[in-house]
Design a protein around this ligand. Sequence first.
Ligand code: SDX
Length: 425
Amino acid sequence: MADKKAYLKIDGVEETIELPVLHGTEGPDVVDVRALTAQGLFTYDPGFVSTAACDSAITFIDGGKGILLHGGYPIEQLAEKSDYMEVCYLLLNGELPNAEQKQEFVNTVKNHTMVHEQLSHFYNGFRRDAHPMAILCGVVGALSAFYHDSLDIDDAHHREVCAYRLVAKMPTLAAMCYKYSNGQPFMYPRNDLSYAENFLYMMFGTPCEEYVPNPVLTKAMDRIFVLHADHEQNASTSTVRLAGSSGANPFACIASGIAALWGPAHGGANEAVLTMLEEIGDADNIPEFIEKAKDPNDPFRLMGFGHRVYRNFDPRAKVMKVSCDEVLKELGLENDPLLKIAKQLEQIALEDEYFVSRKLYPNVDFYSGIILKAMGIPTSMFTVIFALSRTIGWISHWNEFHSSPNRIGRPRQLYTGPTKRDYPG
Ligand code: SDX
């Protein structure tokens, strides 16, 4: 909706350019700059720091206040009172399900958790020590080879079937990455278990004996899924939307999101936090690493700190820290040395002018790795779990994009290369 205008006056150009100012239901107004092209102008915003690439009704973030809403519901309330299946329904449909809708959603997901037996052979093409994110990227992209019956992206029912299949199969595929790495047999999903129980069962169960998921760890796992479910137009979600804009099938789009998430500046940070804490090794070494993080000539960053949007505590990090204490207490690991280093690192950073002046706070990745490690999950699987959780966010945004008239995304550039010249001779 536009009820205000922006006026652009450019030196040497007589005419003042009028641009509509649009406003949503929350957050900053936006200047609609589409008319600039007709004036022979582009906007310039490397890294999209100040650019709204779309309108969306799924998730709202107020980075200054540390607010994260899914369908209007604060993440703190969802983490405390809801669960991942309910949040999946909310992200896909925009409303919380009633009891009947939730049960139907859970049952439908349960009936899609298995993967085609042929797909399990894909794993054999990888080395046993392949990074599980490399495997996940490959097998998710390959899913489109198995589901030709639901690839009409203009058919809302096909899009819904793809969403169910992806949400349901990601835990199975993720657990298969872990089992493949340690040579244990793949575990088939069980329909008598909840989503988080099933994932822990497929990760740590074996055919040799009964495996009963620990309820505290199951709740922590489900909460980690909830906290990572969606986060507006982050790098991997924007990648999925851009891939989707070309008409690529949903499985290929989700595979592109997995690839983008893998980077240590994004979802790969949870793995990098653990590597950093293990490299610090002892609280006495913290000052040295804080200085490295502050040194503009040193590429080292304090992993799990800072955020493009949050200039306050990441609300997810606060919930994750509580979960971390609960899990470590349940496991008798309250004195976990890495947790002690993490807490001292956080305290020192939050009192250091460099971090305070730049509003660098712990983000979602700072404590999640400590929980996952305490649960016996290898560091290399951390980003796989982030990808598993974020699949619902990716597919919800992909679905939202295709639910209204759209066009291919095609950013422009400020060209700085050679001007036109003739080939010599
Ligand atoms: C996720 O976008 C999302 O929503 C992502 C995510 C999601 O749910 O999808 O929230 C998940 O990706 C969380 C972020 C995980 N990444 C990390 O923890 C890696 C460490 N963080 C940094 O790499 C960095 O903070 C980013 C990548 C997260 C943000 O990068 P920006 O916005 O480009 O930050 P910036 O470079 O503009 O930072 C401003 C200043 C710079 O210093 P000056 O040039 O002003 O001197 O802060 C410094 C940066 O050097 N800085 C850091 C720092 N983060 C920023 N210095 C030391 N350690 C850090 N972690």
